[in-house]
Design a binder for this molecule. Sequence first.
Ligand code: NAD
Ligand code: DAU
Length: 331
Amino acid sequence: MHVLVTGGAGFIGSNFVHHLAEHTDARVTVLDKLTYAASRASLDGLPPGRVALVVGDVADAETVDPLVAAADVVVHFAAESHNDNSLHDPSPFVHTNLVGTYTLLEAVRQHGTRLHHVSTDEVYGDLELDDPARFTESTPYDPSSPYSSTKAGSDLLVRAWVRSFAVAATISNCSNNYGPWQHIEKFIPRQITNLIDGRRPRLYGEGRNVRDWIHTSDHSAAVWTIVQHGRPGETYLVGADGERSNREVVEAILRIMGRSEDDYDLVADRPGHDLRYAIDSTKLRTELGWSPSFTDFEEGLAATLQWYRDHEAWWRPHKDAVEAAYARSGQ
Ligand code: NAD
Ligand code: DAU
């Protein structure tokens, strides 16, 4: 099988490519624009005969069309992914997340290629902190930020192409990922690298917002399960029952590092900050038999922390610029 992976040099995409290399005999072509969020190093150590990188834009039909024509299946990770960036400049989010997905859909329609579209639980908006409800596949869309609204729009494009043109596509909406190769602009690696640097962790608002954490290798396994066994036209929610407040996550990181649990700063809140996400992944578990391997969040967090200690050369060149950008927003 020949798999085209868009965004395969980013955090989740590169972990997925390693998953394919280790657990399948698929041949992989990565299409990635190599934006600030990408890393060639994340693709190091892969078998060169089986994995190739094409540098290009998923919104460029001339680049995309021949790659889709040559593939048996397309797994679409490419996106602008950071909410805070989308509040400063939504334009690349509209380009990549909407125009990019449209461009890919036209190519898979033309060539009859199977597509899996990787999306987020943020399309459903947020839940109250004390609401026992969780998101399911039938929760209405209600996105909050420029990032999540462009992801919601991309999902709706996929649904329309399935219904109108019988494109064979599935969609997954996953909760917050953590693990190796995540950009240090994101919450967990930012706090880990702050502490390695002797800076205090920075919690937005009062740190009460809740996210539902999943190790990225469990997300990879879920996506591959859906590619193999998912029913075209269906949506599957991916989550590992990992709800934690941001404050609880920071306290856990501080504990693992042998620091006092209140050794953090509260900083300016994110405008429009979603309160809580929570995934009910019953459909994926019962219909397709997927379940997460990382069931102990603190164990996964400790391994991730060690990974950032071991890969300082990878993130160090970006740390000062990331912190300077946050400082401009009082964060
Ligand atoms: P990331 O920002 O780490 O990586 C995105 C990758 O896409 C980068 O390699 C980047 O170079 C590439 N890219 C961006 N614009 C492109 C373009 N125009 N053409 C080709 N490549 C382009 O993102 P991530 O966290 O790995 O997220 C991957 C996907 O998973 C996204 O679709 C995101 O919405 C979704 N998702 C992420 C999470 C999470 O917790 N990070 C959770 C659920 C879903
Ligand atoms: O839910 C899935 C989504 O998870 C994905 O679709 C997104 O691509 C991914 O970036 C992530 O979005 P979040 O906005 O939840 O992730 P982020 O890492 O930016 O922030 C996690 C939480 O931590 C959020 O409540 C904001 C807060 N935060 C973030 C940073 C960077 C802080 O309190 N301090 C920080 O320094």
